[in-house]
Design a protein around this ligand. Structure first.
Ligand SMILES: *Cc1c(COP(=O)(O)O)cnc(C)c1O
Length: 433
């Protein structure tokens, strides 16, 4: 079915279900937590998506933060066309991977070496192996509601889709694989001992809606790690090059030992990166005994897109985007509450968190997964999601995800979202039972 034919969305999803488990290649896309059938995307342009029925949506998902400049930005499509013409993969060193690694190390204070991989999952998984290789220790401490991709050892207590689907972790993960994973509540410095290889944390949590670190949390982790010789690992897959050029490291002023990156650094193509101080990354093969590899790692197309995006935006651009997002968050919160549905909308840099309560009752700010879950499991978000989607604004299809206004979302687009939200909230409040 061609784009624009009525019923094309439904037709494509039916075909998808016949050949792809659940019809999707990543569970959160399925609308499982909000109900209904996902639309199928024909194309994107700036802040907009067009579905196979020819409907246009304002897109606040932006591929869960992988897209920073908006869809099909010329800076990216041109870099891709030029790179593709030179060949798509060689399995040999290329200038593109050097440029992207230089971009990352130049912008993130303390990060001296990065190795490129093909996803955030791979980055977190490999960083964990690196931490264990460096320290000779087994245990990893993670925080409930933080998501670090779908590697076995890191799924326990995950945010994002794991939280959305209410899974404790996942079937198919052995007890042995998670035996050395300790899950602690976010925003409380856990007690560590000398069995801990590393503490992995989202420095600003953005997979359980948006939960900023409370004052002292990250500095406390730094201190606790230093006391027992454990490594601190910032998972900046979302925050990296989105909060600002120096990501959460710059934003929080706390410097970890190791980092992982993803999403923005690929310019919308599959990339991840992990790294840290040179003395730590020196244990990686070929220089050291920690093995890690990838046929498509540092892929020429992905590095070209990532380098193009990182070169295009500067500190002032980020400051402007953050200011726009702060105004948007305040306006959106006011609109939904004025519409009669309680909501709390917060922002950190350009990241926007939306907690939807019940008519007349705005949720309290949450500091951990337990607080978010209480709100996210109620019907408010689900109802607002569909009321907005009918008005052609696409929020993420799950209450644990954040909104990603980016460089393509100008004031006019964001004002449209706010006025749509006011109408949608009024509709939901009026029909609440
Ligand atoms: C998305 C995400 C990941 C996983 O990245 P993928 O590219 O989906 O594998 C890891 N950590 C965080 C914080 C993320 O948001």
């Amino acid at each position: 079915m061609a784009p624009g034919e009525p019923g094309a969305n439904a037709g494509w999803f039916e075909r998808a279900r016949a050949v792809i488990p659940g019809g999707v290649d990543s569970p959160v896309r399925s609308f499982a937590s909000v109900g209904g059938t996902p639309f199928t995307v024909a194309r994107g342009e700036g802040p907009y998506l067009f579905d196979m029925d020819g409907r246009r949506y304002i897109d606040l998902v932006q591929s869960y933060g992988a897209v920073l400049l908006g869809h099909a930005h010329a800076v990216v499509t041109q870099a891709l066309a030029e790179a593709a013409a030179r060949g798509t993969t060689f399995g040999m060193p290329t200038p593109g991977e050097v440029l992207l690694a230089e971009d990352i190390c130049a912008r993130v204070p303390g990060c001296e070496r990065v190795r490129l991989v093909s996803s955030g999952t791979e980055a977190a998984m490999s960083a964990l192996r690196l931490a264990r290789g460096v320290t000779g220790r087994d245990r990893v401490v993670k925080f409930a509601g933080c998501y670090h991709g779908h590697a076995d050892a890191l799924l326990a207590g995950g945010g994002s889709g794991v939280a959305t689907l209410g899974l404790p972790g996942s079937a198919g993960v052995t007890r042995a694989a998670v035996a050395d994973t300790v899950v602690a509540p976010y925003n409380v410095v856990p007690e560590l001992d000398e069995t801990v290889a590393c503490v992995i944390v989202e420095p600003v949590a953005a997979n359980m809606s948006l939960v900023p670190p409370v004052p002292g949390f990250l500095a406390g982790l730094r201190e606790a790690c230093d006391q027992v010789g454990a490594l601190l690992l910032f998972d900046e897959v979302i925050t990296g090059f989105r909060l600002g050029p120096g990501g959460a490291t710059e934003w929080t002023g706390v410097t970890p030992d190791l980092w992982c990156f993803g999403k923005v650094i690929g310019g919308g193509l599959p990339v991840g990166a992990f790294g840290g101080r040179a003395e730590l990354t020196g244990v990686l093969a070929p220089d050291g005994p920690v093995y890690q590899a990838g046929t498509l790692s540092g892929n020429p197309l992905a590095t070209a897109a990532g380098h193009a995006v990182l070169s295009f935006v500067g500190p002032d651009d980020y400051a402007e985007l953050s200011a726009r997002a702060a105004t948007f968050a305040a306006d959106l919160g006011r609109a939904i509450n004025d519409g009669g549905l309680g909501a709390r909308v917060t922002s950190v840099g350009p990241l926007v968190g939306l907690l939807v309560g019940t008519p007349g009752a705005a949720p309290e700010p949450a500091v951990d997964l337990a607080g978010v879950r209480e709100v996210a499991e109620a019907d408010g978000y689900r109802a607002l999601f569909h009321a907005m989607l009918r008005r052609q604004v696409a929020l993420p299809p799950g209450a644990y995800e954040v909104l990603f206004p980016g460089f393509a979302h100008n004031e006019k687009v964001l004002e449209t979202v706010v006025s749509v939200a006011a109408e949608a909230a009024a509709e939901v409040a009026a029909s609440w039972s």
